[in-house]
Design a protein around this ligand. Structure first.
Ligand code: KMH
Ligand code: ZN
Length: 284
């Protein structure tokens, strides 16, 4: 919840994460790979109610990429046709060194993610030491890009709160709390309590959940006043148990319906820009 809003009056920011770095076309054949495919998907998602897109890029063969020109291409294609808020990942893929994870910033998106801690990510180590996070913050400051902290466990929330106190993260804190990654916090109501407890007052928080508890976690968070929810192939390829989603837009439409069923209004892109304190862009 953000200060100044009754929890049920706060419009919900719907984010789509269309591609990610781990999911493949073997998981869902509709996964977009190229900048053109990703942009096309994002536009359909904006039509369906998404106001933010969280972007990773892929090579044409589907392998995760860190080429800045692919980020520039996808951000430009989206901006030509939609005011949707663009956000790039600096999480990348687990095997990417930090400098490769940061290349998306050169596309000058509206927002970027920043990891505030390290963890196991399935069988791999996903490492972001404090100096890495500060590097991301510094480059986003130079380029006038807003930030969303990506938090996969309680220690990441505590670290993000400390960074905010030290002025190392911009205010207001925008936090995305992520549930269900093996190695991270468990997707349970108690897990949500634990993640929300250290969040500073006035944080705009959204929820991501992966795996079979996704819909339930989103519902619980919506009832707890979440400011945002995230869906898309990065987080899950199924619409329902055993039913593959036909597109990212279908997942967004379903998330919008869930929010509305629970009495929550979905934010327009303009509202989302304000809620997420997106820097106003003069060029690009
Ligand atoms: N692909 C994961 C290792 C993020 O974008 O901030 C990291 C990730 C998180 O996707
Ligand atoms: Zn991501």
């Amino acid at each position: 919840m953000t200060a100044g809003h009754a929890w049920d009056a706060l419009p919900v920011v719907v984010t789509v994460a269309p591609t990610g770095a781990e999911v493949t076309r073997a998981d869902n054949p509709a996964l977009p790979h190229t900048p053109a495919e990703i942009a096309e998907d994002v536009l359909a998602c904006a039509e369906a109610g998404a106001s933010v897109c969280h972007l990773h890029v892929r090579e044409e063969d589907g392998s995760p990429s860190s080429r800045a020109e692919l980020f520039v291409d996808v951000v430009e294609r989206i901006r030509e046709r939609s005011p949707i808020i663009t956000m790039v990942s600096t999480g990348g893929a687990v095997w990417m060194p930090m400098e490769e994870r940061m290349t998306g910033l050169e596309a000058q998106p509206d927002l970027a993610g920043v990891e505030t801690g390290s963890m196991n990510f399935g069988e791999d180590a996903f490492v972001t030491v404090p100096a890495d996070a500060r590097r991301v913050v510094e480059r986003t400051r130079e380029l006038g890009i807003g930030l969303e902290a990506e938090m996969f466990d309680v220690g990441h929330v505590v670290a993000g709160a400390r960074m905010l106190e030290r002025g190392e993260l911009p205010t207001p804190l925008r936090a995305n709390v992520v549930f269900g990654v093996p190695g991270g916090i468990d997707p349970t109501p108690e897990g949500l309590d634990a993640m929300l407890r250290p969040l500073p007052h006035g944080t705009h928080w959204s929820i991501t959940a992966v795996g079979r508890h996704q819909r339930r976690m989103l519902a619980i968070a919506l009832l707890r006043g979440a400011g945002g929810i995230r869906v898309g192939f990065e987080d899950g390829v199924y619409l329902r148990r055993g039913v593959l989603a036909s597109s990212n837009a279908e997942l967004v439409a379903d998330a919008v319906e869930l929010a509305q069923t629970l009495g929550r209004r979905v934010a327009t892109i303009e509202e989302a820009r304000e809620l997420l304190a997106c820097p106003v862009r003069v060029s690009r």
